[in-house]
Design a protein around this ligand. Sequence first.
Ligand code: 3PG
Length: 209
Amino acid sequence: TPMTVAELCALAPVIPVLIVDDLASAAPLAKALSDNGLRALEITLRTPVALDAMRAMADAAPNAVVGAGTLRSPADVKAAVAAGARFGVSPGLTPAIADAAAEAGLPLLPGVATPSEALAAAERGFDHLKFFPAAANGGPSALGAWASPLGGLKFCPTGGVTPQTAPEWLALPNVVCVGGSWMAPARMVAAGAWEEIGIMARAAAALHA
Ligand code: 3PG
C-alpha cells in the first residue's frame, strides 16, 4: 500500500525540493541526501530529465521515497505515476488535479495559500497541505494564525524556508515538516559536491523546533 502523506511528512523534518538538470547527478544526489537522513525527495518536473531522474534516484537509493513536484495538470500526475513517483506535490490544487491523483492512487501534498484554498482542499479529503509560498505568504506568524480556526489541517511550509527559519516553522502546532532547496544548491550539484551536500542534509535531518 502506498505511504500516506502523513507518513511521508514524518520521515524527516525537511523534504528536499530538487531541480535536476543533469541525469548523471540524480543517483549520487539521492544517495547523498537519503544516506544522511533525508528520505523523502521531491523532484520538480521543471527540467527535461526530471522523470528519468526520478527512476535513477529510486534505483540508486532504495531507502529514499522519491516523488514528483511541480504537478500542474492531470497530465503531470499521469507522467509522474508512470515514472514511479510515490507521492506528488503541487503548487496549487484544481479539481482536475485532485481527480487525477485520486484515480492514479497517488498520495498528493497540494499547495494552498489562503484559508479558502485550505478548506477547498479539505473538502476533497486532503488534511496535509503545502503552505506555499511560505515566507512570502506571511511567514510563520501567518500560518500559525491558521492553527486554531483550521484545526485538524497539517502543513508543510515550502518556499523561502531556510535552515535559520526552519526551527520557527517546525515549532508551529500545525506544521509537520518543511520543504526547501537549500541543501542541494545548483552550483554544488553541478560540481558533484556530494560530501558537502551530505553534511547539509545531515544538519537538515537534525532540525527541530
Ligand atoms: C520552489 O518553488 O522551488 C520550492 O518552493 C522551494 O523553494 P526554495 O528554493 O525557496 O526552498
